[in-house]
Design a protein around this ligand. Structure first.
Ligand SMILES: *[C@@H]1O[C@H](CO)[C@@H](O)[C@H](O)[C@H]1NC(C)=O
Ligand SMILES: *[C@@H]1O[C@H](CO)[C@@H](O)[C@H](O)[C@H]1NC(C)=O
Ligand SMILES: *[C@@H]1O[C@H](CO)[C@@H](O)[C@H](O)[C@H]1NC(C)=O
Ligand SMILES: *[C@@H]1O[C@H](CO)[C@@H](O)[C@H](O)[C@H]1NC(C)=O
Ligand SMILES: *[C@@H]1O[C@H](CO)[C@@H](O)[C@H](O)[C@H]1NC(C)=O
Ligand SMILES: *[C@@H]1O[C@H](CO)[C@@H](O)[C@H](O)[C@H]1NC(C)=O
Ligand SMILES: *[C@@H]1O[C@H](CO)[C@@H](O)[C@H](O)[C@H]1NC(C)=O
Ligand SMILES: *[C@@H]1O[C@H](CO)[C@@H](O)[C@H](O)[C@H]1NC(C)=O
Ligand SMILES: *[C@@H]1O[C@H](CO)[C@@H](O)[C@H](O)[C@H]1NC(C)=O
Ligand SMILES: *[C@@H]1O[C@H](CO)[C@@H](O)[C@H](O)[C@H]1NC(C)=O
Ligand SMILES: *[C@@H]1O[C@H](CO)[C@@H](O)[C@H](O)[C@H]1NC(C)=O
Ligand SMILES: *[C@@H]1O[C@H](CO)[C@@H](O)[C@H](O)[C@H]1NC(C)=O
Length: 588
């Protein structure tokens, strides 16, 4: 468990004598509050802020080079992952950064606590009045018109110029939280924005995978996806995994937790050939949640555990509940960081990780997004495959605007999917598969297309011509990378069967396939797959089935955002997985 000790600003500036005011320079700013938020009043000067400050790491360029060296199939170091200590040589701050920043804080009577394994993050608590003074900020109360969510943020903050090379980012400052609370990337029944998805479909039916092979009956009902259907579609083996070192982690945020009895019931019904006593190991970070049997479980982690565990047969699976401790962290970005550092602090990292949460990229500052993304690069360098869903709002972000009037005017990408060091999983439906209209996809406004995909994205963008011109950033990192079924998943939630939609389902499905490949690789004495994208965009692409038709939705009006196409596209990426072909391509 992560344990952290936070110490309040112990001595006021007054007690130390007024500190010498250093000159300040702007470190980050945004011109306006994000769409939907407006400034309502000044923040009360004695409101206590829990700030985190990231120091500049020793050598980020070295970290990224090391990541690509171990993740690129043609590299001589492919698969030679780094240890915790080796990664920390890159991620730890330099001694001069630690002392320069500590000096500045102590001048101001602030006592910082180190909160990440490499010492990159420090936590401080201070009242709004002092933060405004220290950071040349103007913390104010912003209200989200539709949800009424209130948050204390500033549109700009500054630091002394001599610290510019030492301080990477301070949070919370200019990053805003997801106003809809949960960052879960799934649709629960009260959301019906996709009612038109199947407007041409009169009734559900069983369909065959290939019309030419009419002797084989498909187990798929596209209106009620089951593990058996996915095994059939993606050639996922039913044989149990055997390697004891292979681990699959499923992260839960926002007090979301799965019920063990639901998994048992699900396995009894949908994997009768499996040991229905299979369950997950529980880990907690930040006072996580696990009230088994004493309250109603949440559907996000129910979906994630049921599909990951029914497909990754017998892979040792851990559910990590990341909770919220208001005294130490403010929003989802803090918890995302805590989840990443929880893993970076392990000596033995899991090989495969699925996290079905995200938020709209425009809420996150460039520096904070970069810092989080670099934590994922550090995990990749250690050999972890990180999978995230691409979002359920087509080109309009995590979700379709739930309230009319909040439509996007330019396309909204989803974070962390836009981080170049994770694998983003988009959505399909039907058999043969077409793009699901909810499938999040597009191009980052913060991260440039990395080398492994820049040919793929520029080919798509060239073919697009002037379509959607001005609505997206064609030089950005394109997402998703891959795709899997995203509609009508059968789950057992609180003892009852229901159907859910979302790329939240696609991510654990893809992760289960990766973890089964890792199981066989480890047993064959080979390294696990690690950061997948350099493989997927090169030698691995023929292990994916290209999805070439369908589209995702535009900003709220149910017209086309992007079309699926031959090759990579910003709706279904490179395509959906085929276990057998991937197995051959990874050398098994
Ligand atoms: C700062 O925190 C440390 C440990 O958390 C404590 O030992 C020390 O007394 C604190 N200093 C001040 C000035 O509060
Ligand atoms: C700070 O924000 C308040 C609203 O919270 C505003 O009234 C005030 O003008 C701002 N001050 C500066 C110096 O920008
Ligand atoms: C920073 O990197 C250099 C090598 O590039 C290494 O010698 C040094 O120990 C690193 N510093 C820290 C704090 O890890
Ligand atoms: C890292 O893990 C150790 C236990 O292995 C724990 O004592 C320590 O507090 C953790 N560090 C951080 C920063 O979470
Ligand atoms: C899933 O999507 C279908 C098609 O758009 C819709 O009819 C159904 O209500 C959605 N289910 C949920 C739980 O939102
Ligand atoms: C039908 O599919 C099965 C299983 O994939 C395969 O063994 C068989 O050869 C196929 N038959 C034809 C005619 O394609
Ligand atoms: C397919 O699933 C839907 C939704 O659960 C159900 O109503 C329908 O009866 C199923 N069709 C078949 C052929 O099983
Ligand atoms: C099923 O799993 C349980 C719990 O892991 C274990 O105790 C039991 O021996 C297993 N049964 C079989 C038949 O493998
Ligand atoms: C942890 O959660 C429990 C139950 O929700 C709560 O009572 C307790 O105050 C929390 N602890 C912290 C440090 O937030
Ligand atoms: C487009 O994205 C790149 C990063 O990929 C960024 O540098 C540039 O500022 C963005 N352009 C616009 C108009 O947002
Ligand atoms: C991109 O295309 C160029 C020109 O065709 C080629 O030389 C290069 O190897 C390609 N890069 C990747 C990463 O595929
Ligand atoms: C729908 O929205 C897109 C932007 O997402 C816009 O380009 C298009 O003109 C709109 N179509 C209609 C019919 O309003």
């Amino acid at each position: 468990m992560l344990s952290r000790f936070l110490v309040a600003a112990a001595v006021t500036a007054a007690a130390l004598g007024t500190p010498a005011h250093r000159s300040l320079q702007v470190h980050e700013k945004r011109d306006n509050a994000p769409n939907g938020y407006s400034l309502t009043e000044p923040a009360s000067s004695d409101t206590v802020l829990n700030l985190r400050l990231a120091l500049v790491p020793n050598d980020t360029t070295g970290l990224i080079d090391a990541l690509y060296d171990v993740s690129t199939p043609s590299s001589v170091k492919y698969g030679q992952y780094l240890s915790k200590e080796e990664v920390e040589v890159y991620t730890s701050p330099k001694e001069e950064s630690v002392s320069a920043v500590s000096q500045w804080l102590s001048e101001n009577g602030l006592n910082a606590t180190t909160t990440s394994p490499s010492g990159q993050w420090m936590a401080i608590q201070l009242p709004v009045s002092q933060a405004n003074d220290l950071l040349g900020a103007n913390y104010s109360k912003f209200t989200h018109e539709v949800t009424g969510v209130q948050v204390v943020r500033t549109l700009t903050y500054s630091i002394p110029p001599e610290l510019a090379d030492h301080v990477e980012v301070i949070h919370p400052t200019v990053t805003f939280p997801n106003p809809y609370g949960s960052g879960a990337v799934m649709q629960v029944s009260h959301r019906s924005a996709h009612a038109r998805e199947f407007r041409h479909e009169k009734h559900s039916r069983r369909i065959h995978k290939r019309d030419s092979n009419s002797t084989m009956s498909s187990p798929c009902n596209i209106s009620a996806i089951t593990p058996e259907c996915l095994q059939y579609l993606y050639n996922i083996p039913t044989t149990p995994a055997t390697n004891q070192f292979n681990q699959l982690y499923i992260f839960g945020y926002d007090r979301d937790w799965p019920q063990r009895a639901d998994l048992t019931q699900f396995l009894e019904k949908y994997r009768p050939d499996m040991n229905s006593s299979a369950t997950w190991s529980l880990q907690m970070s930040d006072n996580g949640t696990d009230p088994q049997n004493s309250s109603i479980p949440q559907s996000e982690t129910t979906l994630d555990t049921e599909y990951a565990m029914s497909l990754a047969t017998d892979v040792a699976t851990t559910f990590v509940s990341v909770g919220d401790i208001p005294e130490t962290a403010d929003d989802f970005l803090d918890y995302l960081l805590d989840g990443a550092y929880y893993m970076l602090n392990l000596t033995d990292v899991p090989q495969t990780v699925t996290t079905s949460y995200g938020l709209d990229e425009n809420l996150v500052s460039e520096k904070l997004a970069t810092t989080i993304c670099n934590a994922y690069a550090a995990l990749g360098a250690r050999g972890v495959s990180l999978l995230f869903p691409s979002g359920d709002g087509g080109v309009s972000g995590l979700h379709y605007p739930m309230i009319a009037g909040e439509m996007c005017t330019t396309f909204v990408p989803t974070f962390p999917s836009t981080c170049p060091y994770v694998t983003s999983v988009g959505g399909t439906y039907n058999v043969p598969e077409v793009a699901a209209t909810l499938s999040g996809g597009g191009f980052s406004n913060l991260f440039t297309a990395p080398d492994y995909q820049s040919n793929a994205t520029s080919t798509y963008v060239s073919a697009l011509g002037s379509t959607n011109s001005g609505l997206y950033n064609g030089t950005g990192r394109g997402f998703p990378d891959v795709a899997a079924q995203a509609m009508y998943y059968t789950i057992i939630h609180n003892g009852e069967e229901s159907l859910v939609n979302g790329t939240s389902a696609s991510s654990p499905v893809f992760a289960s396939i990766i973890s089964l490949l890792n199981d066989q690789l480890l047993s064959a004495g080979k390294p696990p797959l690690g950061f997948l994208n350099p493989f997927l965009y090169s030698t691995g692409s023929s292990g994916l089935t290209d999805i070439t038709s369908g589209n995702n939705y535009a900003c709220s009006n149910y017209t086309t955002g992007f079309n699926a196409a031959i090759g990579w596209d910003p709706v279904t990426g490179l395509g959906s997985p085929d276990f057998d072909r991937l197995k051959t391509l990874v050398g098994l």
